[in-house]
Design a protein around this ligand. Sequence first.
Ligand code: AOF
Ligand code: ZN
Length: 404
Amino acid sequence: MSVTSHDESFMAAAIRLSRRHLGRTATNPSVGCLIVKDGVVVGQAVTAVGGRPHAEPQALAEAGDAARGATAYVTLEPCSHHGKTPPCAEALIAYGVARVVISVTDPDPRVSGRGIAMLREAGVEVDAGVLEADGRRSLAGYLTRQTKNRPYVTLKLAVSADGMIGRQGEGQVAITGPEARAEVQALRAETDAILVGIGTAISDNPLLTVRTPGLEAQSPIRIVLDPSLALPLTSKLVQTARDVPVIVVASEEISPLGSEEGSHPSVLGATPQPISPLVGEMSGRTEGGATLSDAATDLDSRRIALEAAGVEIVYCNPYHPEILLPALATRGISSLLVEGGAKTARLFLEAGLVDRIQLYQAPVVIGEGGIESPLDTTDIPSGFAHTGTQMFGEDRLDEYERGL
Ligand code: AOF
Ligand code: ZN
């Protein structure tokens, strides 16, 4: 049987359904599954929060006997491996599903075509690649982590009419209106982690959580690039670290274990003084009058206080995204939202490690003392395609994506 427009409509519904648990299935992709019999949906499910059970067994259980002879629409190739749950391909066969329509084949080396082969061997008809571009977009985090060993990176910028993203020394400046802010909250809710630089963490004192009613439990992990542990203990981030995790990425050079061989030097901003346990034994005075051992003690006490407040400190060069991102992927982070400020945005752009740009343009004027945006609509880096424009109140969102 060839793929029909009905198949595409049901797959579009499965993709929409799959988005419901984006950012909440940990390292597992959020997959959508519909079981359709005689044009009627008899079962539907999305991968459970936490990643298991997978979508198919839940949808099949709902369909029960009606699954016999039905068509299953799945956004990702059903798994074929005995992992923490039995193979979904086996379940589809056992329930007597006659046809399986798939959007994206699974790059997981334990599956990668075997799910399809298993189904076909059992006499189930399989069509793959239906609405594949949309399917891939819905699985962007999972696919990027599987195939590139790093999270899918979205850069979000809110730019004023005069090309600014804030005002020097003024903390948070409202650029976009409430509608756009609500949209950003929804984006945070479907993302595993959100990242800012220490400059933004200090000047804006942001919370970086999701406050939309009903979505509060979906705040992403909050990450601060903070080479020398400058994050104030009084900051909202530290104060709420027990409720929503905060990871501080500090320079390897200040690791209590000393800097690792082959570590890369910082390339942005002030490079922190290398402080090894040995340095503390030297008695030279620094220009400010403090001894180097004072500096080490101060650093130790900041480290202890941050950890006591529930902050996790990771020692990994904060200014080399090509090193940091794989480290985050190893921790199970599949999607990352870079939210500020200009320096951090430039860092990721220059490293070529942004997959999607969301550029909000607001009618407000910042004027004197503005912080210039690293980007506007006229200088989007090559390789990005303009994939959409939407209005949120008076603010315009332009989206640009690189192919997955
Ligand atoms: C499916 N349906 O809903 C999802 C799938 O650790 P495990 O045993 O849960 O296996 C994780 C892998 O299962 C993951 O890498 C991906 O290949 C697949 N995810 N498969 O059939 C689903 N979430
Ligand atoms: Zn499965």
